[in-house]
Every structure is written in structure tokens, then in C-alpha cells.
Design a protein around this ligand. Structure first.
Ligand code: PBG
Length: 331
């Protein structure tokens, strides 16, 4: 008797068969590890809501990057926690600011073996916790902020960043940064734009990690995107590409896989997705209770991000996943 359906299960029978027909792969080569470096501490400080991740000293940062390098992780992205904050966030472009010092140190130590990305924003450095400077009414002033982003980009490029990653969701940020870099002969410094970045409750643990509290119980809904909107993300992404972004990012990852897929259908440049602190924390918390297998869930989530169309994934699981997958590109 003939069976009208195709027998799709034939190709799922064995592990080797599944490997042979897998459409998507997650590799160590796809991973970027977010790392925090804090000014003025003698020992690494744990971050309660991002278990397993710490605020690094310069020394422990170097050790961590060495481990990641040895595991084959190609990139890291740095976030700074300064000792002092001010209304303009001047630590972000100070040549002696913590991220600039860290970049120089890592560049000296590792040369070109690891791609050094620097998050480019002011929120870790401003006393009010917003991603830009405030105008008389207390709103984030877009164009005044662009001038400061240009200064941060130059400071980071000068210190050795391969990639600067503007995350503040100011209009025109990519163009302002590209202009500033090119004028100062940093034509080889790349821009990974946080293009479609949503105002998300999933950034909570990150704000613990960088000691950011937004003044007056405020939020970022005036500049980050409304989770209700998807078409708007494509507008954001198209503008960033026109302005000169080399890589565009979607963030958070799991709640915005539709955006990743739409961007993939439209674009041929690399697409990044950021599996953010809250996404990591949820998996870790459930795993700690024994409710899920955390590593298995992490692998499944990150593979799904790849399947949606992202080329690279920023994730706090980078080290753990690299340990599980085993490293390195095999041509
Ligand atoms: C802003 C920035 C944030 C994150 C990355 N860059 C915080 C925010 O927008 O409030 C969040 C990353 C995460 O949650 O893992 N500098």
C-alpha cells in the first residue's frame, strides 16, 4: 500500500544523518562575548543578576580574553564602568577612560587575534543614566549627543578598537561617527550599529552590571523602539546601512527573530543579534532551579537566532558555548 506522504523522519534517524542535512550550524566563529571592565577595583566583582559574568579588572579582563581567544571565540565587546560619572558622560571619550585603557592593553597583548569591539554610548558614563546629553527640558538632545558620539568613536578608534558599536539609538549616529572616523583617517575602523534596538525590560541585569539607574525613574522609550513596531525596524536598519554601517544589529534577539528574518531577506551585509542580559538571566535562573538544562536551552536559542538569519551573536553564553562546541574554523 502506498503512503501518500513523504517520510520526513528518514533523515532524522541518526545523529550522523541529522548532522549531514542540518540547514543551520552554530559555530564558535559566530560568537562575540560581552565583557565589563570597571575602573578602580582590585578584584573582579560578580554581577548577581548575570551569574558567571563579572565586572573585570584590567588584569582579569586580559585573562578572560586569553581564555576566549584560546577557545576560538573571534570577538569581544567591551563595556566600561567608570569611577566617576558626569552629566555629559566625559569618561566615554577620555583617552584615559576605562574602555580606552582596556582597548590599548588588549591590543598590545593580543594584536589582531581577537576582534575588539567597543560599545559606543554614554549611559554608563552619565550621572543621569541616559544614552545622550539632556536639553533644558530634560529630554535627550539628539544632535548635541551626536557630537559627543563622534568624540567617543575617535577615542575608541585611537585606542585600538576594530569595531565601534553605537547603541544609543540617536538618529544620524552612524553618519556622524563615520564622518568623524574618516576625517581622522580611521577609515579601517568598522561600525556595528545597534540598528533595531527595542526599549526592553530585558536589559535590567545589564544595568546592574554597569551601575546605571535612569534618573527620576525614567526610561528609554523616547529613543529606543516600541516593541509594537516591526516596519519601523526596517526603516532604522535601512538608514544605518545608508549612513555607512558595516554590520547591523537587532536587539534583543529572541523577542525579535521576525526582525532578524526580515533584515536577512533584505540585506546582504552581516547581521548581528544580541542575546541580552535578561535573556541570559532567565535561562540561568531556570537552570539553577533544575527546571531546564541551561546549556541545552542556550544552544537551542542561539541556533534559532542563526536560523532566523543572524551571522553573529553577541551572548553572555559565549565562553560556555565555545567550551561545549569546541573551537575554531575548519575550512
Ligand atoms: C547601552 C546598552 C545597553 C545594552 C547594551 N548597550 C543598555 C540599555 O540600552 O539600556 C544592554 C545589553 C544587555 O542587556 O545585555 N549602552
Amino acid at each position: 500500500m502506498s503512503f501518500p506522504q513523504r517520510r520526513l523522519r528518514r533523515l532524522r534517524r541518526t545523529e550522523a544523518m541529522r548532522r549531514l542535512v542540518a540547514e543551520t550550524r552554530l559555530s564558535v566563529d559566530d560568537l562575540v562575548a560581552p565583557l565589563f571592565v570597571r575602573e578602580g577595583i582590585d578584584d573582579p566583582q560578580p554581577i548577581a543578576s548575570i551569574p558567571g559574568v563579572v565586572q573585570h579588572t584590567l588584569g582579569s579582563l586580559r585573562d578572560e580574553v586569553r581564555v576566549l581567544r584560546d577557545l576560538g571565540v573571534p570577538g569581544v565587546i567591551l563595556f566600561g564602568v567608570p569611577r566617576h560619572k558626569d552629566p555629559e558622560g566625559s569618561g566615554a571619550w577620555d583617552p584615559d577612560g576605562i574602555v580606552q585603557v582596556a582597548l590599548r592593553d588588549l591590543r598590545d597583548t593580543f594584536g589582531d587575534e581577537v576582534v575588539l569591539c567597543a560599545d559606543l554610548c554614554l549611559d554608563e558614563y552619565t550621572s543621569h543614566g541616559h544614552c545622550g546629553v539632556l536639553d533644558d527640558r530634560g529630554e535627550v538632545d539628539n544632535d548635541a549627543t551626536l557630537d559627543l558620539y563622534a568624540r567617543v568613536a575617535l577615542a575608541q578608534a585611537e585606542a585600538g578598537a576594530d569595531i565601534v558599536a553605537p547603541s544609543g539609538m540617536m538618529d544620524g549616529a552612524v553618519a556622524a561617527i563615520r564622518d568623524a572616523l574618516d576625517e581622522d583617517a580611521f577609515t579601517s575602523t568598522s561600525i556595528m550599529a545597534y540598528s533595531a534596538k527595542y526599549a526592553s525590560a530585558l536589559y535590567g541585569p545589564f544595568r546592574d552590571a554597569v551601575d546605571v539607574t535612569i534618573a527620576g525613574g525614567g526610561d528609554r522609550r523616547g529613543y529606543q523602539q516600541d516593541p509594537a513596531n516591526a516596519r519601523e525596524s526596517m526603516e532604522e536598519i535601512r538608514f544605518d546601512v545608508m549612513e555607512g554601517a558595516d554590520i547591523v544589529m537587532v536587539k534583543p534577539a529572541m523577542t525579535n527573530l521576525d526582525i532578524v528574518a526580515r533584515a536577512r531577506a533584505e540585506l546582504d551585509l552581516p547581521i548581528a543579534a544580541y542575546h541580552v542580559s535578561g535573556e541570559y538571566a532567565m535561562v540561568r535562573a531556570a537552570a539553577e532551579r533544575g527546571w531546564i538544562d541551561g546549556t541545552a536551552v542556550a544552544l537551542e536559542q542561539l541556533l534559532s537566532v542563526r536560523r532566523a538569519g543572524a551571522d553573529l551573536v553577541l551572548t553572555y553564553f559565549a565562553r560556555e558555548i565555545a567550551e561545549v562546541l569546541g573551537g575554531g574554523r575548519s575550512a
